[in-house]
Structure formats: structure tokens, C-alpha cells
Design a protein around this ligand. Structure first.
Ligand code: ADP
Ligand code: MG
Length: 248
């Protein structure tokens, strides 16, 4: 059964902002357990597609399926409950709190009522879980620093740590290396590969070079259309893609 190997699928999705067609008729499948990257020049519609995939907004046309179920137009929290998490924006990191406290807040969102009756044990558990997550995203040594003092790359890693707190089965990342130094970029790409060994990852990235080596599949958007899709080597050889990325 093919639907079991596909975690997410869009059928003919489109998005209009007023009369402007930001995304037109995109049909694609995202294999479970894989890294699928969505690339394309600025304004191609990547973030718009990302928002449809993560349930941030509903498409104007078409349908979104999660594990074979039609989830078109469901509110964001329903996507979260299904196990879909996306990287938070910078503003979702609490700048005055420590790195560890930030992660703990992400974890606390999952606390049940019962847990409130044993706060001390719960705090200990939360701290242990937070430390585990901090280690996973490479921030354990920075656990006591206030988030605002972290370098840009560390803040983005912290956002991913917060997204992981809900134990998502599908992690969506929109340009996680934006504004990073080459070294921060390498660290982030290593982290993404590591995280992808445990869950499905959908990665939006402006720079094709960054995703060629790590992606199982690549979708190329251009002017709101699906220009090409395939394995990295197929996409790299594609003439239309070469034209769009000429000189990059
Ligand atoms: P990308 O992420 O590939 O750079 P976006 O998905 O952000 O592209 O944007 C695609 C197109 O849709 C752009 O031309 C952008 O200006 C337009 N757009 C995006 N969001 C909105 C919005 N909320 N209202 C109007 N136009 C938008
Ligand atoms: Mg974008």
C-alpha cells in the first residue's frame, strides 16, 4: 500500500493572495522517513507551500493529505497533534530565559493535569528531558545562557530543539540556515541529517548546493509552479532547473 510510505501529499494545491497566484496546482508526495527539500529562487512560493504543508494556512484550491487522510483546512493545532512540527521563528525564543528554560517551555506544553499534582518530580523529569534535547541539538553546554546571548546559529538550533519537544514525526524547516556563517551552516546541516535519521524532514532552502548532498528527493518551485522534481542527480541535470539556477 503506497499511502503507508507517503506521509504527506498535496493534490493540485494553489494559493492566491487576492488576485495574485503565489502557488499554482502543486501535486507532490513526501515519502516517510526521507528528507525532501523544496528549493527555488526568492519569491518562488516555497514559504507559501511550506505554510500549506504545515497547516499554517489553508490552500485556495486542492487538497492536503496526511497519512492518507484529507486534512485540508484543519487548524494548525490539529496538525501539531498529528505529529507535525515546524521550526519556530526567532520571536518564539524567549530572549530573557536560559536555553534550558526555553526547551522546558516547549516540553511543558505537553504536561497533563495529573502532572501538576507532583510539581517537583515533574520539574526533575522536565529538566532531564530538556537536557537530552539540548544535547541532541548541540546546546547542552549553553544550557545556562540566556537565549538572547546565543549566536544566530545557536538560536536557530534552539528553535529546532523547541520544535522537537513535541516529538514530531514530521519536521518542517523553512530556510534554517538563513543568515548563517559557513561554519554555522555546516553545523546546522549536520544536525538536520542527524534528526532525519529518526523522522521525516521537509526542508525549504534557497541554495540548491546545500541540499544536493543530503536530500532523498528535491522539488523545485519557480513562479509558483512545480518546475521539476526527482532525486538530487535528476534535478541537477534538469535543463529547466539549470536555466533558473544559472550562475548560482
Ligand atoms: P519564497 O519563500 O519562495 O521566497 P513566498 O512563498 O514567500 O516565496 O512568496 C511567493 C510569492 O507570494 C511572492 O511573490 C510573495 O511576494 C507573495 N506573497 C507571499 N505571502 C504573501 C502575502 N501574505 N500576501 C501577498 N503576497 C504574498
Ligand atoms: Mg521563503
Amino acid at each position: 500500500d503506497q499511502s503507508r510510505q507517503v506521509i504527506l501529499r498535496t493534490k493540485g494545491v494553489g494559493k492566491m493572495f487576492g488576485k495574485f497566484v503565489a502557488l499554482n496546482n502543486i501535486s507532490a508526495e513526501f515519502p516517510k522517513g526521507a528528507i525532501t527539500s523544496i528549493i527555488g529562487p526568492n519569491g518562488a512560493g516555497k514559504s507559501t507551500y511550506f505554510n500549506l504543508l504545515s497547516g499554517a494556512f489553508a490552500p485556495t484550491n486542492g487538497t492536503v493529505e496526511f497519512e492518507g487522510r484529507d486534512v485540508t483546512g484543519l487548524p494548525q493545532h490539529r496538525f501539531a497533534h498529528m505529529g507535525v512540527a515546524k521550526s519556530f521563528q526567532i520571536t518564539n525564543v524567549f530572549p530573557q530565559l536560559t536555553t534550558r528554560e526555553n526547551i522546558r517551555i516547549g516540553l511543558q506544553a505537553l504536561v497533563s493535569r495529573y502532572d501538576m499534582w507532583r510539581p517537583r518530580a515533574r520539574l526533575r523529569e522536565l529538566t532531564e528531558q530538556a537536557d537530552e534535547l539540548l544535547a541532541r541539538v548541540g546546546l547542552w553546554e549553553s544550557r545556562g545562557r540566556t537565549a538572547k546571548t546565543l549566536a544566530h546559529g545557536e538560536q536557530r538550533a534552539l528553535e529546532i530543539g523547541m520544535a522537537l519537544a513535541s516529538r514530531p514525526r514530521l519536521l518542517l524547516l523553512d530556510e534554517p540556515t538563513a543568515g548563517m556563517s559557513p561554519e554555522e551552516t555546516r553545523t546546522m546541516m549536520d544536525l538536520i541529517v542527524k534528526l532525519a535519521s529518526e523522522r521525516t524532514v521537509i526542508l525549504v532552502e534557497h541554495k540548491m548546493k546545500l541540499v544536493l548532498g543530503i536530500s532523498d528527493r528535491i522539488l523545485v518551485l519557480h513562479h509558483g509552479e512545480l518546475l521539476a522534481e526527482g532525486t538530487p542527480s535528476e534535478v541537477r541535470k534538469n535543463e529547466a532547473v539549470k536555466r533558473v539556477y544559472l550562475g548560482q
